[in-house]
Design a protein around this ligand. Structure first.
Ligand SMILES: [Zn+2]
Length: 362
C-alpha cells in the first residue's frame, strides 16, 4: 500500500480524491498522514522538517482533519464549511489536503453536498476519505475516489512492531495494543507517561472498587477525568506555538479557522483519551473473565495479574460479563455527549454492583 502511494507521489500522478477502506487499526489514518506529508512537504515527506512536524501535530493550516460532528454522522454545515474552505488558496503548501475520518458517516444532504465538490474539485485540493466499509456509502462518492483497501495487521505482527519501536517486553506490547488499539497508537501510549498514568489509575480504581463507597467512586472518577486532561495540555501548547509562528502570514479569517480546527482537535483528543481509559478497563475485566472461566494463558495485563486475581476471587463469570457490559454502555454514553465525569461514575458504580453479586445468586 505504502509503495503504491509512494510511487504515485514520485511520478506526480496523484488523484484528487482517495478512499482508504479498512477496519479500525488497519493503518488508514497513519497512511493518510503519510500521504498528506508527501503532498505538503517540499522534501517529499521526510517526516523531519517543519511542514511534516505540523502535519503530525495536526497544526498544518493546509492539512485539515474532519470527524463527524454528531453521533449520527457528518453535519451539512460541516461539509458546507469544508467546501468554502476548499475554495480558498493554500496558506503554506501548494495543495490543500482534507482528511475525512469515518467517511461512511457521510449521509443524506452532507453526502450530496460533498459529492458536487468531488465531481468538480477545486484546483490544488486533495481529499482523503477514511472509511471502515463502503457498504452504506453513496455509490457516486465511492466511484469518484480512488479506492485503497487496508488489511488489519495480526495481533502478533502488531506486537512485533510495537516491540521494535519501543524496545519493550512482549507483555507491555500486548497491554499497550489492548489499551491504545493500533501499533502506532500503542507506541505513542508507551512513550507517554501521562497516558500510562491514566491506565494505572483505571487499574487502581477497579482494584479498590470492592472496598469503595459511593463517595470514593466519585473521587476516583474525578481523578481519572483530571488525568485524561493532562496530555491535552501538551497538545494545547503545540497548537499555541504553531499559531504564534503562523500569525505573521495568516489572515484573520484563516487564523480563526485554524483556531476552530484546534478546538475540534482538543475535543477529539479528550474523547480518544476517555476511550483509551475505557479500553484499559475493558481489557482488565476480560482478563478477570478469563480467570473466572479458568482459561489459562492469553492474559493481556501481566503487570496487573495480582489485581486480576483479587477481582476474580470475588466474582463469577456472569458478574465479569456484566462488568464488561458496563464499559460498553459507558462508551455509548460518551458518544451521546454525557459528561466524562458522570460517564465514569456511573460505569464504576455499575461495575462495582456487577462484581459484587451476592453468593446466593451465583
Ligand atoms: Zn518534510
Amino acid at each position: 500500500m505504502r509503495d503504491f502511494l509512494a510511487t504515485a507521489v514520485a511520478e506526480g500522478r496523484l488523484s484528487h480524491a482517495y478512499l482508504f477502506v479498512g477496519a479500525p487499526g488497519s493503518g488508514k489514518h497513519e497512511a493518510a498522514e503519510a500521504l498528506a506529508r508527501c503532498v505538503v512537504c517540499p522534501h517529499g515527506g521526510d517526516a523531519t522538517c517543519d511542514e511534516c512536524r505540523r502535519v503530525a501535530h495536526r497544526t498544518h493550516p493546509d492539512v485539515r482533519w474532519l470527524a463527524p460532528g454528531s453521533a449520527s454522522g457528518y453535519l451539512v454545515a460541516q461539509v458546507r464549511e469544508l467546501i468554502e474552505d476548499a475554495g480558498l488558496a493554500p496558506v503554506r503548501a501548494r495543495t490543500k489536503v482534507y482528511v475525512l475520518e469515518r467517511a461512511e458517516l457521510l449521509r443524506g444532504n452532507a453526502a450530496n453536498a460533498l459529492l458536487k465538490t468531488l465531481e468538480e474539485p477545486p484546483e490544488a485540493v486533495m481529499f482523503i476519505l477514511c472509511a471502515r466499509t463502503t457498504a452504506a456509502m453513496l455509490p457516486t462518492i465511492v466511484s469518484r475516489c480512488q479506492q485503497v483497501p487496508f488489511r488489519s495487521v495480526s495481533p502478533a505482527a502488531g506486537a512485533e512492531t510495537v516491540m521494535r519501536a519501543c524496545a519493550c517486553t512482549p507483555a507491555e506490547a500486548r497491554m499497550a495494543l489492548a489499551v491504545a488499539g493500533t501499533p502506532a497508537r500503542a507506541v505513542d501510549f508507551l512513550k507517554s507517561p501521562s497516558r500510562r498514568e491514566v491506565r494505572r489509575l483505571v487499574v487502581g480504581a477497579l482494584d479498590s472498587l470492592a472496598r469503595d463507597d459511593s463517595w470514593d467512586v466519585l473521587l476516583a472518577a474525578r481523578d481519572l477525568v483530571a488525568a485524561v486532561a493532562v496530555p491535552l495540555a501538551d497538545v494545547r501548547q503545540a497548537q499555541e506555538d504553531a499559531l504564534r509562528e503562523s500569525q505573521d502570514f495568516l489572515t484573520a479569517a484563516a487564523l480563526k479557522q485554524v483556531e476552530d480546527a484546534n478546538k475540534r482537535e482538543l475535543t477529539a483528543r479528550e474523547r480518544s483519551g476517555m476511550m483509551e481509559a475505557l479500553s484499559a478497563a475493558e481489557s482488565l475485566l476480560r482478563d478477570v473473565l478469563a480467570r473466572c472461566e479458568g482459561i489459562p494463558g492469553g492474559a493481556v495485563n501481566d503487570d496487573a495479574a495480582a489485581v486480576v486475581d483479587r477481582i476474580a476471587a470475588g466474582c463469577d463469570t456472569a458478574g465479569a460479563l456484566r462488568a464488561i457490559e458496563a464499559v460498553g454502555r459507558a462508551a455509548d454514553d460518551l458518544a451521546h455527549n454525557v459528561s466524562p465525569q458522570l460517564t465514569l461514575e456511573v460505569m464504576l458504580l455499575r461495575i462495582k454492583e456487577a462484581l459484587a453479586c451476592p453468593p446466593s445468586f451465583r
